[in-house]
Design a protein. Structure first.
Ligand SMILES: Cc1ncc(COP(=O)(O)O)c(C=O)c1O
Length: 390
């Protein structure tokens, strides 16, 4: 049931809005899709090549290679680096499961580690403590649009002789001490899942790198190891980027910085408004970190998370949990034998985190509604008076 306030204002804040809510953008994207359909070239081709050039320039790398999804990007990056059976790859357990799945798909084993309680991300100390002779690679995940402190990890990796593959699937366009994420390790991986900061109209992804050898290797692997047609040099995959997705992404890439600016503006405004609510912990702090953040998600921490979500729902404000189960406690990774209690920070986060609505098309009125609803709870946390279906 909605509260009297939500009923009287009639404002409902969704968790996100997709492209059909912007008629001008929708029209432009429909035109781009029509052009591809009329030419009938649906896999790879000039739209994909153009996107690859534009994305590489945007990420300040020499190459970008379009692939079928973020998960494919990670898997092919690892395979290009010849990480496989018998190898371990360090992965934060506080991530979307795809980061670990890609390691498994490459034939290697994810070595799941905990995260820092303030940033919710991995750092060099955590990586150093996890190193074993079998570790060949680490995957720092720029989760929620916040950037991992990369310098010390890259240095440690160099000393230890292991690779660094960035999972930038939630941080398109973020800068880390001035450099674009994705350009800081050997390979950066992006997902263009529709709700991402740069989202396609279906599944899509890309790797970026400044190594010609790795770019070429991913190009081979994404299309049956084939070059030229029907000469199969390695065992590859069907992991090409569709031309339709590339055509959509090219138009949206031109708007990404504007959208990220709006995300930052909304993130800063929410932080300001929520800072005096004691029951809610705001996302990682520190001036540099805030400046880098592209707010894919605005994730707060609250000991009474379920009551907070019920309170928000009662005021017409959607919310979500990213993610309810750390990777090591999923059924899929039970075989790793990491019991509850083994990675305690991530386990605590899974019980306490709550993502509030934040998307570029959010109006100031919607922002006010989210902030007011969350602050009302933060100042006077109370047992839930409404249920989440309200
Ligand atoms: C952190 C992270 N890694 C990897 C992925 C996988 O991307 P995709 O869903 O495009 O395979 C996602 C996307 O959902 C993600 O959020």
């Amino acid at each position: 049931m909605l509260s009297a306030e939500a009923q009287s204002t009639g404002v409902r804040v969704p968790f996100a809005r997709l492209d059909f809510d912007d008629p001008e953008l929708l029209e432009e994207l429909m035109g781009a899709v029509r052009q591809v359909a009329e030419r009938g070239a649906f896999t790879l081709g000039d739209q994909v090549e153009e996107l690859e050039r534009e994305l590489a320039a945007y990420c300040e790398t020499d190459f970008a290679v379009g692939v079928a999804s973020g998960t494919s990007a990670l898997e092919l990056a690892l395979r290009a680096l010849e990480v496989g059976p018998g190898d371990q790859v360090i992965v934060p357990t506080n991530s979307f499961i795809a980061t670990a799945e890609a390691v498994s798909a490459a034939g290697a084993t994810p070595l799941l580690v905990d995260v820092d309680p303030d940033t919710h991300l991995i750092d060099a100390e955590i990586v150093a403590a996890a190193l074993t002779p079998r570790v060949r690679c680490v995957i720092p995940v720029h989760l929620f649009g916040a950037t991992v402190e990369m310098g010390p990890i890259v240095e440690l990796a160099r000393e230890a002789g292991i690779h660094v593959v960035e999972d930038a699937c939630q941080a398109h366009g973020a800068r880390h001490h001035g450099a674009r994420v994705g350009s800081l390790g050997q390979i950066g991986c992006f997902s263009f899942y529709p709700t991402k900061n740069l989202g396609a109209w279906g599944d899509a992804g890309a790797v970026v790198t400044s190594s010609p050898r790795l770019a070429e290797r991913v190009r081979l692997l994404r299309a049956h190891g084939e070059r030229p047609r029907y000469r199969h040099r390695v065992v590859g995959a069907t992991a090409r980027l569709d031309a339709l997705q590339a055509a959509v992404l090219r138009r949206k890439l031109r708007r990404l910085d504007t959208w990220n600016r709006r995300r930052r503006e909304l993130g800063a405004a929410l932080r300001r408004r929520l800072c005096d609510g004691e029951a809610i912990d705001l996302p990682a702090t520190g001036p540099e970190r805030i400046a880098d953040h592209v707010y894919h998600l605005f994730v707060v921490r609250c000991a009474q998370r379920d009551a907070l979500r019920a309170h928000l729902a009662g005021r017409g404000v959607a919310s979500a949990i990213h993610y309810p189960t750390p990777i090591h406690l999923t059924e899929a990774y039970a075989h790793l034998g990491l019991p509850a209690g083994s990675l305690p920070v991530s386990e605590m986060l899974a019980e306490q985190i709550c993502s509030l609505p934040l998307f570029p098309g959010m109006t100031d009125e919607e922002l006010r509604q989210v902030a007011q609803a969350a602050l009302a709870f933060a100042k006077a946390p109370a047992p839930a008076d409404v249920d989440l279906a309200g």
